[in-house]
Design a protein around this ligand. Structure first.
Ligand code: C2E
Ligand code: CA
Ligand code: CA
Length: 944
């Protein structure tokens, strides 16, 4: 379906084209009609009508010079029927002469002879000195021969008078509007009576009679009155008389514009008056080119201005044309033929009318088509849409329901639409509710989307739906207020997949993908809800000892398996009210919904026991231990984040102190934590300030009793705390990354100091595993040796087993590089940690430092004795030297010597000494053994 915009544009385009074509066609038809009209007699007839109308405007009076002598009904009554004896005309002529008339024109047929006396008498009267006389001559159609016959007065009469033509041209409509100036009678041009009487003999044209001259103003006398001298004295003096028949019986009558039906002599008189007054009307036909011009202008105007204005303009144009024409007629005696123009104007008016009507019809048609299309479109939308649609009317009938809806609502696919009650109950009430709303309350905003479940619990479909009421006008009760039909539409989508996907996402968001345990977010949520409810809570935090080692040494797959197994063990070991969360890495947390601290401790011990059992993973047998930190309520604080932090602090304590694998948080730990924070801060400052010193603890050959070397032990002279033990700050330095700078300082200082000792005395420097794993230990050692110039063979690096856990090529390369420099390695704290003797084969260890814990135990612990013995034997076999740490008593020294241990280090021989004292000691050759007390209390020179 095209978008609404596109549809509108298309519709507009269609309407424009079709409407234009139709409008143009109409124009062509109208123009054709106009052309046909112009070619037919229509304009001529119209022009006559228009000019006749114009005569009404004129109201000139006759000049009075011409007087009609009417052979009227009274004359006929007195004299007797026509024709009269010609003597009467002679008598009349005499009477006219007596009345002083200047000219007498007879509009009487004298072409036939009558009695000789009469003719002679008339001829004699014509000839006797009197008024100038004119006799009528005319041509007429001979029905017998079909030729035109001339009727001239008989010759006797003509000897003393002038012939003048009286032929009157009659228009198609029978009216007389024109008069010729002359006619051709038998090859002779005879001036017409009006022309001659007006003194305008010349010319052959017709001229238009100005019927605006009032015929009634032409003076007239009755023939018999003149004959018998019954006229006012002097009324005819100097006048021109026209004698003619006016009696109806004589049939000399003509219809004329304006005056109606008048006698032939009246026509002549009017024509003569026209000429005398200089009003001979000249017709003027405006150029035909004006017709298309008017048409074009009119169409242009109509298209722009619409029907009303164009009709008004047409009327004004018509009036204007007529006004101009009237002025020309009145002022210039020019008769403009405006018909063609008026017809053009009318054509334009007609066209705009037709066009408007036509457009309306057309629009109606378009809207009907659109309505039909819209209805079809909506049906398609309803039937083919992805959405399920149900439309219900006021009384609960289902007006329309599409297939999707039937499917979703479990309705039979091709049943009757049915009623609202057939829908699942979940939808009935919302539809009723929507139906109850009024147009004012109901149609606001978008309908609310709601969720409903449809079907059996297991594979229930989740449907999202919206109900919206709508109103339609009631056709049967149109016009009235409130007569609206109420409907409601129910639109549904199946959102099962979406919802399920969201459920999965929600699960993923709150669960750890590896172990399936709830994750940190889940923990935070649960803690927050429990805290809000005021429920009792205890948290148990634990992580896996040496997990990083497993991961690095045996690979991530094994690490993952260990984590999964840990999760399983913890979950099975714990009761239902305890939930295990994986917080990240090897960190786990148990949420216990109970404040019973004893119970929490028991559960913690169960976790330690479970995780403490060896793991069998991918063919490896792995021993992993754990410690647990417990945070129960100690001060009424239930804040989730506080509890979590406390559990962490307790765990930290459990791992870093000898408190045991399970440590319960108490408030003093918070203080310890704060102290540690302060320590971190101070440590940074201390490195800047150079507050570190080195103490040297001498090492001795157990058999020879000679000094063999000294171990450098770093000291921190804290401005407030005094000397701080490395056991306290080295871990902090490792965690903060300061260990690299600190380690470099120690190496430089130790190499430099060792130069002060005899060449047989080696210097042992503790190197943190971190320095191997992340720092540039090779570069540091090389620069320390270079800076001091110490023989590399005198430098021994003490490393612990944890340096090997990240065993890889890089590490191997580092060892090789260091060996190449010439330094040796001692394995520190041997016997704790992994105690994996495999390292001894693979790494170039020159010396094993047996941990103090074994030394302290001799000779009481058989286990320690056994370990000591086997270590010494094994090391011997590998050609590795041994040294025992923490030798405090001569007895320990004796036993170690007997076991075959090579060297000893401990308070028995010397406490760690400052460089001066150590140097003095070694210079003394071994006799002067430095003993115990107070050694370190003396000030030592600072490092660097
Ligand atoms: P360690 O390497 O095992 O050093 C021996 C520790 O045992 C020293 O403690 C030393 O004072 C102490 N000790 C020596 N003989 C006896 C004895 O007979 N009885 C008892 N009870 N203790 C004895 P210190 O100096 O506090 O060092 C603690 C640990 O700090 C060292 O343990 C070492 O791991 C670390 N450390 C010391 N200096 C450095 C250093 O410069 N760099 C690094 N990375 N670690 C250092
Ligand atoms: Ca050491
Ligand atoms: Ca040690």
């Amino acid at each position: 379906m095209p978008s609404p915009t596109i549809r509108t544009i298309r519709r507009r385009a269609a309407r424009l084209t079709v409407a234009d074509i139709r409008s143009l066609a109409t124009l062509l038809v109208v123009a054709a009609c106009l052309a046909a009209a112009l070619l037919s007699g229509v304009p001529a007839a119209l022009d006559k009508a228009l000019s006749d109308a114009r005569f009404m405007l004129g109201s000139q009076a006759a000049s009075g010079e011409i007087v009609l002598v009417d052979i009227d009904a009274r004359s006929l009554g007195e004299v007797g029927v026509w024709p009269w004896p010609r003597r009467l005309h002679a008598d009349l002529l005499h009477a006219a002469a007596e009345a002083g008339a200047a000219r007498v024109a007879f509009d009487v047929d004298f072409s036939a002879r009558t009695g000789p006396e009469d003719d002679a008498a008339f001829a004699e009267a014509l000839a006797s000195a009197g008024p100038e006389t004119f006799l009528a001559a005319f041509v007429q159609h001979d029905p017998a021969s079909g030729a035109m016959l001339a009727s001239m007065p008989i010759a006797t009469l003509l000897s003393a008078s002038w012939p003048v033509s009286i032929n009157v041209p009659v228009d198609d409509d029978g009216r007389v509007r024109r008069f010729p100036l002359s006619i051709d009678v038998d090859g002779e041009t005879i001036g017409s009576m009006p022309a001659v009487l007006a003194g305008r003999e010349a010319g052959t044209d017709d001229f238009g009679i100005d019927h605006g001259i009032d015929a009634a103003s032409i003076p007239r006398v009755s023939f018999v009155d003149l004959l018998h001298g019954r006229i006012a004295h002097g009324a005819l003096a100097g006048k021109t008389l026209i004698v003619g028949a006016s009696a109806i019986e004589l049939h000399d009558l003509f219809p004329v514009p304006g005056a109606g039906i008048v006698s032939g002599s009246t026509v002549i008189a009017l024509a003569a008056e026209t000429l005398k007054q200089g009003r001979a009307l000249v017709p003027w036909q405006p150029p035909l080119a004006l017709v298309p011009l008017v048409l074009a202008l009119g169409v242009w105007f109509a298209v722009r201005q619409g029907l009303r204005r164009s009709l008004l303009a047409a009327a004004l144009a018509a009036l204007a044309f007529e006004a101009v024409a009237a002025w020309f007629y009145l002022d210039r005696a020019v008769m403009i033929e405006t018909a063609a123009l008026q017809l053009s104007v009318a054509a334009v008016a007609l066209w705009s009318l037709v066009r408007e009507f036509d457009l309306r019809q057309f629009r109606l048609w378009v809207s009907r088509v659109e309505t039909r299309n819209t209805a079809r479109l909506l049906e398609r939308v309803v039937d083919d849409g992805f959405d399920a649609i149900v439309i219900v009317d006021e009384v609960g009938r289902i007006m329309r329901i599409n297939d999707v809806a039937r499917r979703l609502l479990d309705l039979p696919p091709d049943g009757a639409p049915g009623s609202l009650a057939d829908l699942p109950p979940a939808f009935v009430e919302p539809v009723r509710e929507a139906m109850a709303s009024t147009p004012e309350t109901g149609s606001r905003g978008t309908p609310v989307r709601r969720i409903a479940r449809q079907g059996d619990a297991d594979d229930a479909r989740i449907l999202e739906y919206a109900v919206s009421p709508f109103w339609l006008e009631d056709r049967r009760r149109a016009g009235g207020e409130g007569h609206r039909l109420r409907y409601a539409s129910l639109v549904l989508h199946d959102v099962t997949d979406r919802e399920r996907a969201q459920e999965r996402l929600r699960f993923a968001a709150f669960h750890d993908s590896l172990t399936g345990l709830p994750n940190r977010r889940a923990l935070e949520e649960q803690l927050d809800t429990l805290a809000a409810d005021g429920a009792p809570v205890a948290l148990l935090a634990f992580d896996l000892d040496r997990f990083k080692g497993v991961n690095d040494a045996l690979g991530h797959a094994t690490g993952d398996a260990v984590l999964t197994e840990t999760a399983r063990r913890a979950a099975t070991a714990l009761p239902p009210e305890a939930t295990v969360f994986r917080i990240g890495g090897d960190e786990f947390l148990v949420l216990l919904r109970s404040a019973d601290r004893e119970r929490a401790r028991r559960l913690a011990e169960r976790v330690v026991a479970e995780v403490g059992r060896p793991y069998e993973v991918n063919g490896h047998r792995i021993s992993i231990g754990t410690s647990v930190g417990i945070a129960a309520e100690v001060d009424g604080c239930r804040d989730a984040s506080v509890l979590r932090r406390r559990a962490d602090v307790a765990l930290y304590q459990a791992k870093r102190t000898a408190a045991g694998p399970v440590v319960e948080f108490d408030l003093s730990m918070d203080a310890a934590r704060l102290e540690r924070l302060a320590l971190e801060r101070d440590l940074t400052d201390a490195i800047e300030a150079g507050a570190f010193e080195l103490a040297y603890q001498p090492q001795i050959g157990l058999r020879s009793g000679a000094w063999t070397g000294a171990e450098a032990l770093v000291r921190w002279r804290h401005p407030e705390r005094g000397l701080v033990s490395p056991a306290e700050f080295i871990p902090v330095a490792e965690e903060t990354g300061l260990i690299h700078r600190l380690g470099a300082l120690v190496l430089h200082a130790a190499c430099r100091d060792a130069l002060r000792w005899p060449e047989t005395i080696k210097v042992a420097v503790n190197v943190s595993p971190l320095q191997f794993l992340t720092g540039d230990i090779v570069g540091t050692v090389r620069s320390a040796l270079a800076a001091s110039g110490l023989d590399p063979r005198r430098l021994e690096l003490e490393i612990t087993e944890s340096a090997f856990v990240g065993e890889n090529h890089r590490l191997a390369g580092i060892f090789e590089d260091l060996l190449a420099l010439g330094v040796t390695f001692a394995l520190d704290d041997f016997g704790t940690g992994y105690s994996s003797l495999g390292y001894l084969h693979r790494f170039p260890i020159a010396k094993i430092k047996i941990d103090r814990s074994f030394v302290t135990d001799i000779p009481g612990s058989r286990h320690s004795m056994a370990v000591l013995r086997s270590v010494v034997v094994l090391a011997d076999g590998l050609g590795i030297r041994t040294i025992a740490e923490g030798v405090e008593t001569p007895n320990q020294a004796d036993i170690l010597r007997e076991l075959g241990c090579g060297e000893g280090q401990g308070y028995l021989y010397s406490r760690p000494l400052d460089i001066e004292r150590a140097s003095a000691l070694f210079a003394g050759g071994g006799e002067e053994r430095e003993r115990f007390e107070g050694t370190e209390r003396r000030a030592m020179p600072a490092l660097v």
